[in-house]
Ligand binder design. Sequence first.
Ligand SMILES: [Zn+2]
Length: 375
Amino acid sequence: MIPFGSVRLGRIFGISIELNYTWFFIFALLVTDLTLRFQLKPFNLPLVVSIINATITTLLLFASVLFHELSHSYIAKKSGIPIKKITLFIFGGVAQMSKEPENPEVEFKMAIAGPLSSFFLSFSFGLIWMGARGLGLEMAGASFLLLWQINLALAVFNLLPGFPLDGGRVLRAGLWYWMKDMQRATKIASQAGQGIAFSLIFFGFMMVFVLGDISALWLVLIGWFLNHAAQTSYQQLILQRSLSGIKVAEIMSKDVQIIDPSITLDKLVNEYFLKYRYGRFPVVENDQLLGVITLHDIKEIPQGDWSRVTAREIVVSPKKSCIISYREDAVNALMQMAREEAGHLLVVDENGSLVGLVTRSDIIRLIKVKTELGV
Ligand SMILES: [Zn+2]
C-alpha cells in the first residue's frame, strides 16, 4: 500500500520502525513551512532560531505520530495480534497487522487507542505550552502551541468514520457487533471511507479554485490516498476470506520439473527450456534444493561456453523470500509474492526438500472459481 522503499530506524517493543522514503519529503516540507511561520507574527523569531525550532517541532510531531501508532500496536499485541512493523510515510503512520482482529470488541479497542493517544498528547502539549507561556518562554512555547493544535487535528481527522481510518474501524466494529457479519460491516465502512475520500477531494479542489489556496491540494492527495486504501483493504478482506483455511500444500503443483546440478547449459536449454517452455527450473541434489536457474541466468553466460558450464556453476542459493513451507496459509503465499514481486514461490517441507511450486496464477484462478461459485 505504501509506495517506494523504506529505511529501518530500529525496534520498539519488538516492532520494527521504518521510515518510508516519502517521509523525507514531508519532513523537509514541514521544516521549511514551520521555519517561515516562526519568523512571522506572533512569533517573530530570528532565522536560525526558527530553523532549530521548526526542526525540533517536526521531530516531535513525528514522535507523536509514532506514539499514536504504538498505542494501536500495544493494544493489538495484548489482544494476540502481532504487529509486523510501523512505517512512517508522507501521510502519517501505518502499523501493519499480521491478521485482522477476531471480534468487534478487539477491533474497537485497537482503533480507539490511536485517537485517544493523540488527544492525550494534545492535552499534554497544551499544558506545556501554557506553562512555558506562564514562565515567559515564548520561544519554546511556540512549538508546543503547534504540537497541541496538530495532535488535536490528528485525533479529530482519524476519528472520521471511514474505513481504514481509525473512526472507520470504530464504525466497522459497531456494525460488525450489530449485524454479526464482518464482511458486510467492512463493505459499508469502506464505502463510507470512499465517501469521505471523495468529499476531501471535492473540498480540496474547491478551496484551490475558489479560494486560491494551493495548500488545499494536500486534502486532494489525502483523499486520493484514502480512497485507494478503502478500496484495497476491502478487496484484501475478500481475498483473505476466500482463501481462509486453505494451505499451500493444497494448491501447489507437485509435478515440478527439476534438474540435476551436473547438467550442462546446452543440454539444459535443449532438453528443458525449449521442451517445457517454463521460465525457470529448480536445481535439486539429493533431495536438497540448491536454487533456481532462470532464462535470464543462462543469457548471462556466452553461448560458446554453454557446452562446458554446468548448472551447478551458475545456480545461486534461493533467497528465503522465494521459499515457503507447504504448511503455510495460501493467503500468506499470495502476500509474500506481492511483497517480493514474484510470480511463484518454491514450496519446501520441514527438511528443506522441494515438494512443489506455487504460482500467483494458481491462487488467482482458485479465487475466481470460488467467488463465481460463491463458496
Ligand atoms: Zn490511528
